[in-house]
Structure formats: C-alpha cells, structure tokens
Design a binder for this molecule. Structure first.
Ligand code: NDP
Ligand code: 2IT
Length: 451
C-alpha cells in the first residue's frame, strides 16, 4: 500500500507542483492512513485515493468592486467544493492577500476529513479571495462582499454548499454576504453560517472554535491524568480563534502568556489581558504593538525583528502550545525549540499550523500532539447547529449549545484516540484522526458508486 500512496503523491507532485500546501495536506493524510489501506485493499481496486484527492468542483471568478476613491479594483474569488459524500459542502471563506488556489484546495481537503470527525452530515468545501480587509472602510468591505456574492450565490444553498467565516471574515462580512444572497435569491435560509444573532445567527458560534479547542485540550490532558489548571500556554494569533482560546483557558485556570498578529507578538508573563485584547483586536482592528501602552511589563516583539533574529513566539517556554493564527506557522526549527523548552502538549487550533517535518519531530520526541482537524472542529459543529436552527425556525439557548459543543469535542477526542489504538498507534492522534475521517468519507463514496 505504501507504493500505491507514493504513486499518488508522485502524480500530484507532477501535475500541480506549485500547490505546495495541498500536497503537504494530501501527504499528511495519505501517509497516515496506510494501516487502514492495508486492512482494506479493495480501496485500491476502485481507485479510491485517486478519487478522494480530486475536488468535485473548483470555481474561480472575477470580483470587481469600486473603492472609496472611485477606483475600480479587481480581486479573484474562489470556492472549492471538495467532497459531498457525507453531506453538503461546508466550510469557511477566507479573505487574505496571500491566498491562492493552493490555499483553498488544502483547506477544502482538510475540511472534508474534519467534518467527517463530527457526528454530523457535512461534506467539505472552502473558499475566499485575495482581497485584503486590512485598512478597508466598511463601505469598501460591503461593496466587495456584494460583488463576491453576485457570483457565489448561484453555487451555494442550504442543501448544496454552506460557507461561513475564516481568516478575515467575521460577522460583519457574513452579514453583507447574507444581505446580498437574500436579495439575489429571494430566500431567507441557512445558506451561510456565522451570521449575526439578529438574523439567524446562533448563540455560541463566535466562541465555538476557540472554546471547542479548549474543551478538547482539557479532555486530552485528563486522559493523561493531567489538567489545564496552572499550565502556561503559548497561543499565536489574536483573532476569533485565539481570543476565545485565551478566554476559555482562563476559565480552566490556565495562564495564556502570548498572542500575535501580522505586526508581531506579545509576551505577557502575568497572562494576556483579555480586556486589552478585546479592545484592540475584537472591537477594533489595531496592531498588538499598542498592547504595551496599558501593560508596560509585557513585551511586544515586532514581526520584522523576529524574522531577523529568528527569535519568535515559539521561543517562549510554556507547558502547552496552541497555534491559532494560520497554516505552517510552526516549522522544524520551531518544533525543535518547542521540544527543547520542555513543552508537553502541542494542540493545533489553526488549520495545519505545523509543517510535516515539525509534526514528525513532535511525534518522535514524545510530545502529546493533537491535529487541527480534530481540535478546531467546534466551529463547524456549531455552524451546523445554526443551520438546523434556521431550518426549524427555532433557536436554542446558550447553555444548551455550549453543552452540545462540549460533548461533541469530548467525543471527537475519544473517537480518534480509540481509532489510533485500534490500528496499533495508541497516542498518535494524527493517525487516529486521519483514519477515522477517511474511513467515513471513503465508505460513503464506495456505497454511492462511481460518481
Ligand atoms: P481571524 O482573521 O479572526 O484572526 C487571524 C489572526 O491571525 C489575526 O490576528 C491575524 O493578524 C493573524 N494572522 C493571519 N494570517 C497571518 C499571517 N500570515 N501571519 C501572521 N499573522 C497572521 O481568523 P480566525 O481566528 O477565524 O482563524 C485563525 C485560524 O483558525 C485559521 O487557520 C482558520 O482557518 C482557523 N479556523 C477558524 C475557524 C473559525 O470558526 N473562525 C474554525 C476552524 C479553524 P491580524 O490581526 O494582523 O490580521
Ligand atoms: O476551518 C473551519 O472549520 C472554519 N473556518 C469554519 C467552517 C464553518 O463552516 O463553520
């Protein structure tokens, strides 16, 4: 089976050598499911790997819009509808200047297996644009979102493809996108999740990814007879996921000491101050450089400095590391630092934050490692709770939703840990998560025939 996997990886390398992140994600998944493939050789006879790595549909489109100075701007829009074997395509929309088709193919592929780890029926998709929301006025963001939706609306729907937020897309953008979707389709339905609470949004969706990651972390530590209480934690990012990770960590009496944004990172030994973070990054979109104004003992290390000196956020010694910004933010050098610092747990909250060699280094150095597709599934889980509330025109209370999220995250941990054990790799949650997600999608694809 190793040869079968290698031949598939060689093939993608040849046909799309420029899609490096996609290749990284496919390599991670396929190499870790070899034990499952060996037990199920019939999958090769029906070319399952060839099929599962190919997105069902890839859309790219022109997004023209007019800025506040009357200048016409053009961005590129994307939606990768990766796999609908177990449900309608579901996954976020990212607005970030550096994205390309590679970004959305890798995110859509990861999302397919993430969604399959939940107890819900959702396929995988991802989309977005190279539009950079930094420094744009509300009206510019609105005009961009309206133009983006004027193409996307014909491809999405409550039973077809349900986008949500991701980097650079929060409630504000989702609100503008939904407004345009409703105008163009004349439908008020759950074709988008992450909506503001006033028009079909769900309680707990904003908090869900970060809170879910911490529920997962506590369950994981408990299974090693440990707890988050009194642990120091290095968190990266200062957006939706990072903020709610930090907030929930305090509830478990852990001490988050770092956060970061595109301008640099903060090291606050006494613990990141939530009120300042909220004011700077949630209520406004300011640089973390301003954090030290109210917190003079904390250190701000600007981004260009940590590039030059190679001194970065992962040099800060902590018990736990929870990357929550973006992909490939932990490379092999960082992994070596993290291990050297005596860190016990690496719990990935952003999508694919560790490179393949970093993951392998963690695993071979006995770090307890949890992969993003399991840890950050709380966001998409609560998105589906939003969809079911929209479909029934009812709304659930905060308490019920929080409890459902907690139970779902614990179940994901138990399921992937059991799967890892079943295949002879106890404690290897990468193998556990990939086999469990793959098995569900592959089985559904086979039962649906060659389509
Ligand atoms: P946000 O846009 O809210 O926050 C992202 C944060 O990371 C910001 O602080 C941003 O800095 C920083 N950042 C983004 N890109 C870079 C970069 N290339 N270099 C340095 N800093 C960067 O996004 P989210 O918090 O929603 O998403 C964070 C991660 O979590 C992503 O990997 C996303 O895919 C994943 N995720 C998100 C879910 C959700 O529900 N939102 C669900 C599951 C996963 P700045 O403030 O300067 O822009
Ligand atoms: O990466 C992700 O899981 C998300 N950005 C959330 C997806 C969703 O549909 O809520």
């Amino acid at each position: 089976m190793k040869e079968y996997v290698n031949s598939i990886l060689e093939h993608i390398k040849q046909i799309e050598p420029y899609n490096e992140k996609f290749l990284e994600s496919v390599t991670d998944v396929l190499t870790s499911i070899i034990p499952y493939l060996e037990a199920n050789p019939h999958l090769k006879d029906v070319s399952l790997l060839e099929r599962i790595i190919e997105p069902e549909r890839v859309l790219t489109f022109r997004v023209p819009w007019v800025d506040d100075n009357g200048i016409v701007r053009v961005n590129r829009g994307y939606r990768v509808e990766f796999n609908s074997a177990i449900g309608p395509y579901k996954g976020g929309i990212r607005f970030h200047k550096d994205v390309s088709i590679d970004t959305f193919k890798f995110l859509g592929f990861e999302q397919t297996f993430k969604n399959a780890l939940t107890s819900l029926n959702i396929g995988g998709g991802k989309g977005g644009s190279d539009f950079d929301p930094h420094g744009k006025s509300d009206m510019e963001i609105m005009r961009f979102c309206q133009s983006f939706m004027s193409e996307l609306f014909r491809h999405i729907g409550a039973h077809t493809d349900i986008p949500a937020g991701d980097i650079g897309v929060g409630e504000k953008a989702i609100g503008y996108l939904f407004g345009m979707y409703k105008k163009l389709t004349n439908r008020f339905d759950g074709a988008l999740s992450g909506k503001p609470i006033e028009f079909g949004g769900s309680f707990c969706r904003v908090e869900a990814t970060g809170y879910g990651a911490v529920y997962f972390a506590e369950k994981m530590l408990n299974s090693h007879n440990d707890t988050l209480k009194d642990k120091t934690v290095a968190v990266s990012g200062a957006g939706n996921v990072a903020f709610h990770v930090i907030k929930k960590l305090y509830e478990f009496q852990a001490i988050p000491v770092t956060c970061s944004d595109s301008t640099g990172y903060i090291y606050d030994k006494e613990g990141i101050n939530l009120q300042i973070l909220d004011k700077l990054k949630m209520k406004n979109h300011k640089s973390l450089a301003e954090y030290t104004k109210d917190r003079p003992k904390a250190k701000f290390i600007p981004r260009e400095k940590f590039y030059k000196t190679r001194n970065n956020i992962w040099d800060v010694p902590t018990d736990i590391v929870m990357p929550s910004a973006t992909e490939n933010e932990i490379n092999l050098n960082d992994a070596k630092n993290i291990v050297k610092n005596g860190t016990k747990y690496v719990i990935e909250c952003s999508n694919m934050p560790s490179t393949t060699d970093a993951i392998n280094y963690f695993l071979s150095n006995k770090i307890k490692f949890a992969p993003s597709k399991a840890v950050n599934a709380g966001g998409v889980v609560t998105s589906v709770y939003e969809m079911s509330q929209n479909a029934s025109f009812e709304s659930l209370s905060k308490e019920i939703l929080d409890e459902k999220l907690k139970e779902e995250m614990k179940k994901i941990y138990v399921d992937i840990a059991l799967t890892a054990k079943e295949y002879g790799y106890a404690d290897n949650l990468v193998i556990g998560a990939n086999i469990r997600g793959f098995k569900r999608v592959a089985t559904a694809m086979i039962k649906q025939g060659v389509v």
